[in-house]
Design a protein around this ligand. Sequence first.
Ligand code: S3P
Length: 450
Amino acid sequence: MKRYKVQKSGPLRGSVSIPGDKSIGHRAIIFGALSRGECSVTGLSGGLDNVATANCFRAMGVDIELGDRSARIRGVGLRGLQMPKTVLDCGNSGTSMRLLAGLLAAQRFGSRMVGDHSLTRRPMGRVIEPLRARGAHIAGTSGAKPGALYPPISIAPLVEGEFISGIEYDMPIASAQVKSCMLLAGLYANGPTTIREPVLSRDHTERMMMALGVPLETAGSMCRLDPQEEGWTRGWDPFTWEVPGDPSSATFMLAAAQMVPGSQVCTTGVGVNPTRTGFFDVLRFMGVAPHFESQGDGAGGELVANLTATHGAARATTVGGELLVRMIDEVPALAVLAATVKGKTEIRDAEELRVKESDRIAVMAKALRDFGCPCEELPDGMIIEGGGPLRAARVESQGDHRIAMSAALLGLVAEGETIVDDVECVETSFPGFPELLRSLGANIEVEVVS
Ligand code: S3P
């Protein structure tokens, strides 16, 4: 078991290159595996979630060589996957399981997906039910909430004459995982897939599909994929893609710079797809907008920039609604930043956080209180009364990478020695997190404990 030991730190200064975007990494591996030849993907984070996706495809006969931050994928085409030799282990990765559910439900072979302790408690009815409505033979497992479905997921093959049907689906919640699941199933469907989200969630799948020539159209928070469209040959050529840095990882470095007085931190090569930049907008509302230097268009229709945060006197704010969807993974980092900002910061419309890798509302509210920051937990968020003195605390990550990294940030500004237990989970999305933070001057050590 590993833990972080963190001490109050002086100003953080310097420039860090941010590891690859987890969401884009998953999709690059999926679209690479389904392409008609050898693809090269560079700039991956090296995180275990992406490795889980790659391993699932390996089990289905796709040859994937994974380097430290790269992948060479010998794509087998849309119809080339083989029946998995093993159960598909998605580890901690909800994205792997939900996206693959759509793809696997459309195959003429059966499969079974499992996950770790945290993933096994995450709701899967949100993909199982709409896939069943399209004719898929897919089943989940009962669990904590009566009527709800959880992993493992079992999928029986579509037999001769059976197809995934077209669908017009009004999604009850904004979710890129559900949307992408439906679009992947839609590649094999015998009719169009039309999706409407209440608010547009991250649109990496749509951008990649369009970049690869898949007949997909988008309009606001709507998209439509029609695989029968004239002229589409049902497939795409191999590609070479460089994955941009993960804005969700950059967030931890930029938030740290806003928390520790005197800091100035530049994060380079960060993906700034507008569906992901809600946290940077919140920093602007707080009066501490990061400096933005465009680096142009990256592969797959993604925008890239260098972002620099200079510590300033931030003001408390309220976030919710559409903005929340654009920063869903950044809420723990906002919560710890808010603890250092004088006044009340209110986070609303964030109920989805209760079903992430942990119940992030409950776990963050407790962590903040343990550090001495008053925090009221709400059903859909929290109210944080920031700016008071913070004392070091001991935090159990609950196996959630973003909790572990957020708690480490609090340790940089709290009096005393903070311990964050069970930090292996950080490897799922941000390998090298403590080393990068230390390279900026943070007082953080990793300890191996038995
Ligand atoms: C992801 C979508 C988000 C996000 C997750 C990654 C993706 O989940 O929280 O970390 O890559 O599609 P939802 O869109 O399901 O909320």
